[in-house]
Design a protein around this ligand. Structure first.
Ligand SMILES: NC(=O)c1ccc[n+]([C@@H]2O[C@H](COP(=O)([O-])OP(=O)(O)OC[C@H]3O[C@@H](n4cnc5c(N)ncnc54)[C@H](OP(=O)(O)O)[C@@H]3O)[C@@H](O)[C@H]2O)c1
Length: 293
């Protein structure tokens, strides 16, 4: 595969893979450079991984070509919280999580996110640095992944960075019962799709994204959207970071919704750096890339 190095320029500072998760947080003592720290694979084998090897470990399955492949990426504390003490995910993150978060964005065609997360995490457009953009172009992708926000209420700021920022136009996915006035206002700055009657039909959304050539779909949550995707049997893969932090208190976990009837998963790999565990899971019954959770 082509080389795709993630350097400090790809940090999620404003204008560059915007969002807060992954910011090394001084509270946890993660203040030093993170891009040259060693990531070790500890399952299924033991070896040190450089950036190219990490990217290989997260390569999308070749056999998925032409159909949507949905990967989700979340970070949780040791006690299962998906929200840090400030109500956001950045305070749960670590340098290793930040590194893989950026790499997963670099590999994706589109980032699917719930409006709750877009609001809480102050999403902006995802902008690749020059090296990542060049690798994406070589793979036949656009320089930056698009962002697709799922929302019923459409309480999204048309003048905010997500909708009016530079880069690929943001896709807003809503349902037929949403406010026509809000749809019109947002349509001036975004690509507004109406998919579903009373709520957004997520299976149809994945189909629509694939029709647009956006088959490598990365869901960055949040817990409500992810739960719906899992319940609908649409998830192909879960990348779950477990941070060496005990949070305590009440918080949403990685999924917030109804019980999942058959949630058994198969472990694909575990990477480790400084106590952070980067795990990758596929549905237990998966025997080919077409199986879903
Ligand atoms: N630890 C992590 O990795 C991680 C990742 C992401 C988020 N988070 C945290 O999770 C929290 C947000 O959680 P959340 O569960 O509220 O966020 P969410 O799942 O991103 O957003 C929920 C919202 O998405 C929209 N939505 C979802 N499914 C829909 C459907 N089928 N039809 C129509 N609209 C739909 C609705 O938006 P409207 O309200 O606009 O109708 C709903 O209120 C924040 O604290 C954030 O920091 C953590």
């Amino acid at each position: 595969m082509t080389s795709q190095r993630i350097r400090p320029e790809h940090s999620r500072s404003p204008g560059c893979f915007s969002g807060e998760r992954g910011r090394p947080h001084p509270e946890h003592g993660w203040t030093g450079p993170w891009w040259d720290q060693a990531v070790q694979r500890i399952f299924p084998d033991r070896r040190d991984l450089d950036d190219d090897a990490i990217l290989d470990a997260y390569a999308y399955p070749a056999a998925h070509a032409g159909r949507p492949y949905l990967r989700a990426n979340m970070v949780i504390s040791l006690d299962g919280a998906a929200q840090g003490r400030d109500g956001r995910s950045g305070t749960l993150s670590s340098p290793a999580d930040r590194r893989v978060f950026a790499m997963l964005r670099g590999l994706a065609d589109v980032i699917l996110v719930g409006a709750g997360t877009a609001r809480a995490e102050k999403y902006g457009p995802a902008e690749s640095g020059p090296d990542v953009a060049a690798d994406r172009l070589r793979r036949g992708q656009r320089p930056n992944p698009q962002i697709a926000v799922v929302s019923g209420r459409l309480a999204l700021d048309p003048d905010g960075p997500l909708l009016s920022g530079p880069g690929e136009p943001t896709i807003v996915v809503t349902h037929a019962r949403s406010s026509p006035e809000r749809r019109r206002a947002l349509a001036a700055v975004a690509d507004v799709l109406v998919i579903g009657e009373k709520k957004v039909d997520l299976a149809a959304v994945l189909g629509e994204l694939a029709t647009r050539g956006l088959t490598r779909i990365l869901c960055e949550g949040g817990p409500h959207l992810l739960a719906e995707l899992v319940l609908a049997g649409l998830l192909d893969e879960l990348c779950l970071t477990v941070s060496p932090i005990v949070r305590g208190g009440e918080a949403l976990g990685a999924l917030a919704g109804d019980l999942v009837p058959d949630g058994a998963m198969r472990l694909v790999h575990v990477l480790e750096e400084d106590g952070t565990l980067l795990t990758r899971w596929r549905p237990q019954r998966d025997s080919s890339t077409s199986d879903r959770l």
